[in-house]
Design a protein around this ligand. Structure first.
Ligand SMILES: Nc1ncnc2c1ncn2[C@@H]1O[C@H](COP(=O)(O)OP(=O)(O)O)[C@@H](O)[C@H]1O
Ligand SMILES: [Mg+2]
Length: 381
């Protein structure tokens, strides 16, 4: 009785502070607590809990219990083994090459129409590997997928697991996998090549073999309520037997020029109008870089503008100076021509910036100042 009064006060407190998520968590705990002593009360609370599903979890109605599971921790350090990303409706779609986008769309449709697949004797994709350099969107894509499927994303950083005391890494891995299997979610095994890499260290080879075996079994037995993802920048290091087990391999390349342009526009955000005349040039210079590299530089420009420390033209000039040495001769000519079309710099300063002579620039822009002006305006419109 005393217990019930205390719990009632606690529910009231949480409800009045409008901590809806905490109310849900607490009520879920009460449902379990009273299940044996007062089954009727427990049932009624459970009915209420399930009747009012938070908007972001419509697809997860059946598994409110996922909030109750504590995330596993490393027993030596007490640090959490998994990074948790809750599904958020606001997650912005990543910029993806058309081929990758298609595969993602199919992955999502397979989940949303799972019953149809099953009725035809098929199973949705259970596992996939994302291959690609750092900063190309492997993690953001996993987050977005999770948001689309309305499930949480758990990320297990294998570099961290491997650097934890050997002998414990097996237990940690198993704890993380067991946790993720219990409820619908996406589990991302990040930097899966870390296991292979540490083979070169003086680490225990037997232990590493066991780790690979653990993952091998898990890929095979992964429940179709979940999706097991792995990410790597070094596919050649992955155990072949493990590689074969994954249902789908997706290669994230560096962005194509059209994607670079979209990224530049997106990352410019509210400053897009100021930088509009520079977009072609920015896209040209950023070609060959990852999304995160592009984002980092653009954020820096935006901060400089926000603080009034520089102008867009000055920023571009400094940026071109810093990057021009990476360009080959023909790219420098292309850049010089783009700059001439853009119209903010004189041919003299373009020569100073790119080393391309005025004659060459003229040759490629067919020597019409009218044409240059109209191109410049076109970029602005
Ligand atoms: N495809 C993409 N679309 C939009 N932003 C991206 C994309 N890829 C990377 N980014 C930006 O770069 C950051 C790092 O990307 P991330 O997904 O963590 O890369 P990784 O491939 O190393 O996992 C993201 O937080 C995001 O801001
Ligand atoms: Mg990542």
């Amino acid at each position: 009785m005393i217990d019930i009064s205390k719990d009632l006060v606690q529910v009231t407190r949480l409800a009045l502070s409008e901590e809806t998520e905490d109310v849900r968590l607490f009520v879920a705990r009460l449902v379990r607590k009273y299940r044996t002593v007062d089954p009727e009360l427990s049932k009624q609370m459970d009915v209420q809990l399930k009747a009012k599903v938070p908007r972001s979890q419509t697809l997860m109605r059946k598994i409110t219990s996922q909030f109750e599971q504590p995330v596993p921790v490393d027993d030596q350090s007490g640090l959490s083994l998994l990074k948790v990303y809750r599904a958020e409706d606001s997650t912005e779609p990543p910029l993806l090459a058309p081929g990758i986008q298609e595969k993602m769309d199919q992955l999502i449709q397979e989940r949303l129409q799972k019953d149809l697949l099953v009725s035809m004797g098929l199973q949705p994709t259970k596992s996939a590997v994302f291959v690609g350099k750092p900063g190309v969107g492997k993690t953001v894509t996993a987050r977005w997928l999770a948001a689309q499927l309305q499930v949480p994303l758990y990320v297990l950083d294998l570099t961290a697991v491997m650097s934890s005391l050997l002998g414990h890494s097996g237990n940690n891995l198993r704890a993380a996998l067991d946790f993720a299997k219990r409820s619908p979610c996406i589990l991302l095994l990040d930097e899966i090549d870390a296991i292979a890499k540490s083979r070169n260290d003086d680490s225990d080879v037997g232990e590493l073999k066991r780790l690979v075996t653990v993952i091998l079994q898990e890929v095979d037995e992964w429940p179709s309520t979940g999706l097991l993802l792995a990410a790597t920048n070094h596919p050649e290091l992955i155990d072949r037997a493990l590689w074969r087990r994954f249902d789908l391999i997706i290669e994230f390349g560096l962005p194509e020029i059209s994607m670079v342009k979209s990224a530049v526009k997106r990352f410019l955000g509210a400053d897009i109008s100021l930088f509009e005349p520079w977009i072609e040039i920015l896209a040209f210079i950023f070609h060959g870089y990852s999304f995160s590299d592009i984002e980092r530089d653009i954020q820096r420009f935006r901060r400089a503008i926000a603080l009034g420390m520089s102008s867009d033209t000055q920023l571009m000039e400094d940026f071109i100076k810093a990057r021009v040495c990476e360009l080959d001769h023909s790219s420098r000519i292309k850049l010089a021509v783009e700059l001439a079309k853009q119209g903010s710099f004189t041919q003299h300063s373009i020569k100073a910036l790119t080393g391309v002579s005025r004659d060459t620039i003229r040759k490629y822009t067919s020597d019409s100042s009218l044409k240059l002006q109209s191109s410049g305006r076109k970029a602005k419109s």
